[in-house]
Design a protein around this ligand. Sequence first.
Ligand code: EPZ
Length: 424
Amino acid sequence: MGTLIVSGGRRLRGAVRVAGGKNSSLAVIAAAALAPDVSTLDNVPACRDVATLVAILEALGVRVSRAGGRLTIDARGLRGHVAPYDLCRSMRASFYTAGVLLGRSGRAQVPLPGGCSIGARPVDFHLRGFAALGARVATEHGYMKASTRRLKGTSFYVPRSSVGTTINLMMAATTARGTTVLQNAAREPEVVDCAVFLNLMGARVRGAGTDTITIEGVATLHGNAYTIIPDRLEAGTYLLAGAATGGDVLVEGMIPEHVTALLTKLEEAGAEVVRDTDGVRVRGGELRAVDVDTAPYPGFATDLHPQMVAVLTQARGTSTIRETIFEARFAYTDELRRMGADIKVEGESVHVTGPARLTGAPVEAPDIRGGAAVLIGALAAAGDTEIAQVENLDRGYEGLEAKLTALGARVARGGAMRAAEAGG
Ligand code: EPZ
């Protein structure tokens, strides 16, 4: 279990280029395996979650090779229908293999993804959707088992906005007999990116980005080339790190419209935000408390809530962040409190009062975005912080040290620092 050592209290200044979207990559990589063909995907981030999904697909006979940000996915050899248990348990997006295997071969045996530190995260909507598409679905021995001769188009209302359910059912429905209508579909950019790629594969998906997606089934799909959209969550994280340290950070290669709710809240809190065609620049300064409700896209992203709280520890007054998507994504607050943050969690709301003088402390990254919040706290804190379980940060952020160092931060892997001290 690695650590990251951060020597905080320095204003971040400079430019950083955002990587390709992790969550979009996970959906598009899975979609590529729907076709008995070869696809090349560009701008794929080298983060742990992508590596995990690649390993799962390779266990199913898909051949994947990487050259820089380009993945070549040869799914002609996909065989079997049982996804590997341990690999799947470690990452929820592994459940996309259910939609892929059902869409490709009509049979799927996929481990039920565990919950994690942000909530129970059931997949009941996915299972109901597959059943609505005509599959026989059962859960036993920790697996979902589903089978059908061929999926049948249907109309399905997703009980609440769900990115994973929308993407999984959209993928499965591409080769169903007849037309499928997904109502109350998620509108996240990752859904749109996956739909665009599916259509390049020969699928007939309409309405992605709205709450009603129509998929007209086709007999087969073929491979294609595609470039993944930039990662709106990585972009938001670096902008928030700039705001928290009173710095001046330019994030290049991002799509400002993907984080409108965040930029609006940063301006309300008193940060200076400059939107450019190819990026966004945030200058910190005297920040004031704001209230935030997370919401499905285009609302304030739940995956930026922990990082926003870390910034608001430095804002004057008391802010309230209401988390409406996940019931338990508050583990990071314990870690920020170790650094001196004044934070109270009441029900689904976090109340944070500032400005608090944060000091470095031994902490841990409880999950991807909770880890990002702890990292932002460490960057703003006086003194050194050692962040344990840094693997959780690596799940969603590629090239962390290089990007932070380019912004003037002083960070290093714990092992590296120790080895250097020991002359190893
Ligand atoms: C995706 O997770 C993202 N992951 C998450 O990002 C993100 O936080 C989430 O969407 C936001 O909605 C990927 O794209 C790989 P959901 P997903 O289905 O699809 C409940 C990160 O940090 N629900 O939209 O798993 C669920 O419990 C990750 O990059 C059911 O009850 O999320 C949650 O409360 C973390 N039953 C809500 O819906 C279901 O069958 C939204 O979840 C499915 C979901």
